[in-house]
Design a protein around this ligand. Structure first.
Ligand code: GRF
Length: 218
């Protein structure tokens, strides 16, 4: 039997994407296992979810004034100790150091709430509304040394409605994230997406969703 991809998921917040990955795995739609959930915040709800699901958790807290290089090295050591196939940033709100990115080159997957390269950084949904965009969405991409600049693996689009505020738009984007991220992880796990390809092949959303479950197609 082919070994399942080993995922270490980094989180800072609610963990709805973590839940989506765990649910896809449990449903047999993602040939991976979450070997650890690691947070920079000890009160992250995502950690509570991981504990409920019996997933190993670790916290590498960062407080204002802490030595950033030391924190980054500890995080690297903790993540590397789990020998991940892929490191997944599922709402992880800290910038990773160069050593960390170099250690897991093209093996770090991030989900971002905009259609990159538009609206990188914090508050993707707020930026989209402020710019008067009519369409936005989410992007799953490999992490490089820039902020939300790495090769794009898949995107899903959503409309921005006149009555939208940031929470309503973010919720609409997240419904797509919750299908797209597990689908991309499945594609990576089974080799349908090659993270080392120089062409950065994208997974079209329908194709991505069908890898999760045909019944989830819009
Ligand atoms: C997601 O919207 C993701 O795009 C962004 O952070 C949010 C995390 O949400 N990077 P959750 O913690 O998975 O609910």
């Amino acid at each position: 039997m082919t070994p399942r991809a080993r995922l270490v998921v980094l989180v800072s917040g609610r963990g709805s994407n973590l839940r989506a990955i765990a649910d896809a795995i449990d449903a047999g739609h993602c040939a991976a296992e979450i070997v650890a959930v690691v947070s920079d915040k000890k009160d992250a709800l995502a950690l509570d979810f991981a504990v409920e699901r019996g997933i190993a958790t670790q916290c590498v807290p960062f407080s204002k004034g802490d030595d950033r290089a030391a924190w980054n090295q500890t995080l690297l050591d903790v993540v590397a100790s789990h020998d991940p196939t892929f490191v997944v940033l599922a709402g992880f709100m800290r910038i990773l150091g160069n050593d960390f990115i170099d250690r897991f080159t093209r093996r770090i997957v991030n989900v971002h709430p905009s259609l990159l390269p538009a609206f990188p950084g914090h508050d993707g949904p707020a930026q989209a509304i402020a710019h008067g965009a009519r369409i936005t969405g989410c992007t799953v991409h490999l992490v490089d040394h820039g902020v939300d600049t790495g090769p794009i693996l898949a995107q899903g689009a959503v409309p921005i409605l006149p009555e939208d505020d940031v929470p309503s738009l973010h919720a609409r984007i997240q419904r797509i994230e919750h299908r797209l991220l597990p689908a991309v992880l499945q594609a990576l796990a089974i080799g349908a997406l090659d993270p080392d390809s120089p062409r950065h092949p994208q997974l079209a959303f329908d194709e991505a969703a069908s890898l999760v479950s045909p019944s989830l197609l819009p």
